[in-house]
Design a protein around this ligand. Sequence first.
Ligand SMILES: C[S@@+](CC[C@H](N)C(=O)[O-])C[C@H]1O[C@@H](n2cnc3c(N)ncnc32)[C@H](O)[C@@H]1O
Length: 353
Amino acid sequence: MATIKAGRNKTIDTPLSEGQVYLERCITLTEKQSDLCTVMDKTILGNMLEVCAMLPTKSVDLIIADPPYNLTKSFNGTTFFKRKDADYEEYTRQWLSTVKPLLKDNGSIYVCCDWETSLIIGKVLSEFFCVRNRITWQREKGRGAKANWKNGMEDIWFATNSNDYAFNLDAVKIRKKVIAPYRVDGKPKDWTETESGNYRDTCPSNFWDDITIPFWSMAENTAHPTQKSEKLIAKIMLASSSETDVIFDPFLGSGTTSVVAKKLKRHYIGVEVEAQYCVWAEQRLEMAESNSEIQGYVNGVFWERNSLSEQNAIMSENLGKKSKTESKRKLKKQTLMIDTDNYSKTLLDFGEI
Ligand SMILES: C[S@@+](CC[C@H](N)C(=O)[O-])C[C@H]1O[C@@H](n2cnc3c(N)ncnc32)[C@H](O)[C@@H]1O
């Protein structure tokens, strides 16, 4: 019997049988490409090991990779089985060696992993790239363990091809409320005074605690078992690429990287082996045409947690010149989005999600 979704459940779960229109937008490759014309802004259905070998070398600016972690997990019925460390290391070496030639000399790569897989990925990554950092993301959700600490974090490795690479610090600063404002000659030092409060745009650290995983109440959510949130991918992309750059994701899943690239005016190429996930990716790409919002990234600013009232106040000020009706509409929408998150998280805390 088909499951009936709750009214606020926005999960995209279009079955393959009903998603042919989306599947037809995907491409498959059978021969080596001399340039990116055929693959630009496309979802490629196929095995990344085979597809990467057909793509032109030094053609992409940024790679965002979220490979299967070393866990037994089913991806639409295809099970990735937990393997011995040495075998997972070899698997990592194999896929990294196929993506490495695609990256431009000044390009960057980010690789997602859990703490256990991280021990292997960090090591193998350094064989191919200059490792720059290990970001730890506090992901909120995690199943309780009876004889261990609950797993509530993931790692994201950041590496580059060379010492010549882009890092757009200003694009990813976090707006924080200033608690003890410091002045020099009576003027704010490194912070901004506004009617609704005092703020400083601070340098982001390698500990990210302002991002949740997607929940069923969020428009971006799909039925993919390990979907990353758009906000997380947006941070990576804004820091390490510019508009019109080409972003490549060899393990596209539900399409998050391509969707965020589209919303942030980058070009994208994504590879996914499961047709079902390609359908969801294309469905989301279609949705991005009419809605380029990224939840948690408001008006070009990443805000710290629990800052909704400050966000609203600033938005009111900024929108003051525009019509009051429009301002109220936006605030209401934003409030609804964030409240929905809190509601979901509350349920999660009680183990209901
Ligand atoms: C961890 S998930 C990526 C999730 C993605 N970041 C998202 O936000 O939806 C890994 C994905 O890689 C796909 N995959 C695994 N092996 C693959 C391969 N050899 N070629 C292409 N895709 C593969 C799986 O089907 C799965 O969807």
